[in-house]
Design a protein. Structure first.
Length: 202
């Protein structure tokens, strides 16, 4: 009987320790989602928000390569892009592309190509930008992902404008305009109209 009591006591102790540990992890350990939730927190300084995203990035690259991991990594990459941290944007996107190829995640491969195309667009390496945008478009067209496809048509128009291909830029902008008008996407339509204004002034 004494032996049974000892065993019962040990089991209760183990369960209690595990529960305390789980409570600590759930309640106190910062998560990637927590860091991401602070990216637009105006009560924090810009530098502080950058540090939080850097912390999220360090965590996510160590995670197992699963769907959630790739989604979180793509979100962090986009935050780097929004913050004009182009070196980190490129680095994180390359890791995302590797993870997507490793798991044959076709849609995330397309997103990686799109991100890399945007990196080259913003660094004025226009040939490379076109190449990656075209690769992304192929996948989006194959899977009938029209929003993504026409977003890239719009991005391509900016690259065409940057290399003084104003006729090509105008044609791309009108394709994008017609699509997003049907979708009533006012934000994108405003951006397209602004770019059309620039193009038509040349």
């Amino acid at each position: 009987m004494l032996k049974n009591l000892i065993i019962s006591f040990i089991l209760i102790l183990i369960i209690s320790c595990n529960k305390s540990r789980n409570d600590y992890i759930n309640d106190d350990s910062p998560t990637i989602e927590f860091y991401l939730s602070k990216k637009d927190d105006s009560t924090l300084s810009y530098k502080h928000r950058q540090k939080l995203i850097d912390s999220a990035y360090k965590l996510v690259v160590k995670m197992p390569n699963n769907k959630k991991n790739r989604i979180l990594l793509s979100e962090i990459s986009f935050v780097f892009f929004e913050n004009h941290q182009l070196d980190k944007f490129k680095e994180s996107t390359n890791i995302l592309l590797e993870k997507a190829k490793e798991t044959k995640d076709t849609i995330m491969i397309a997103k990686s190509y799109r991100y890399i195309g945007s990196y080259y667009k913003n660094t004025s390496i226009n040939d490379s930008s076109f190449y990656y945008y075209i690769e992304a478009k192929k996948i989006y067209k194959k899977y009938n992902l029209e929003d993504d496809y026409y977003n890239i048509i719009f991005f391509e128009s900016i690259v065409k404008y940057n290399i003084s291909d104003y006729i090509g830029a105008d044609l791309s902008l009108r394709k994008a305009y017609n699509y997003f008008k049907k979708k009533n996407n006012l934000e994108r339509l405003n951006q397209i109209c602004t770019q059309l204004g620039l193009t038509n002034n040349e």
